[in-house]
Design a protein around this ligand. Structure first.
Ligand code: ZN
Length: 167
């Protein structure tokens, strides 16, 4: 049994995990984050698989980690979006509903944690009355396709506290 336990541990540690990440919306504290990863959203049977961070329109959005801009993409649900890879290209970070990109942002650009990459908006299927950043993390497959991967809940990596621990 001990041996089995060790194998399970070894397998888990081989999977890429995000380090502690910067909260991507300027002025938002960890205590304000709410875990909405498992919420059901219109038409998406797998659940939300992301965190929504409400903020006033135009609030700067910052890179959570170092790594390159993999894709700048306009989608119907996500609106103006950014896909970033981490330095090891094992993880993807997805920022959606942006109002606009930071001036000069280009695909392939190397980002440093904290760089301003865009501004909070309500593009795509976000309500214009409730601008927010939709932020997701996913584990890239071996082909490193920017649009595809296994979702990881960003909440604790951004410093979010389980609701039981909040005052
Ligand atoms: Zn969302």
């Amino acid at each position: 049994m001990a041996r089995l336990g060790w194998l399970v541990l070894a397998a888990a540690s081989a999977l890429a995990q995000p380090a502690s990440l910067l909260i991507p919306v300027e002025g938002v504290a960890a205590s304000q984050l709410r875990d909405s990863f498992a919420e059901k959203r219109g038409g998406n049977l797998r659940g939300h698989e992301a965190i929504d961070i409400p903020a006033p329109l135009g609030t700067p959005v910052r890179a959570v980690d170092d790594g390159r801009v993999a894709k700048l993409f306009l989608s119907k649900p996500g609106g103006i979006t950014i896909y970033q890879f981490d330095r090891d290209e094992k993880l993807g970070y997805y920022y959606a509903h942006l109002d606009r990109y930071a001036p000069g942002l280009t695909q392939g650009q190397q980002l440093r944690r904290g760089d301003v990459i865009g501004y909070v908006g309500a593009t795509g299927n976000a309500s214009p009355a409730a601008p927010h950043l939709h932020f997701a993390i996913f584990r890239l497959g071996p082909e490193k396709q920017w649009w595809k991967g296994e979702a990881i809940n960003p909440f604790t990596y951004l410093g979010g506290q389980p609701s039981g621990a909040q005052k």
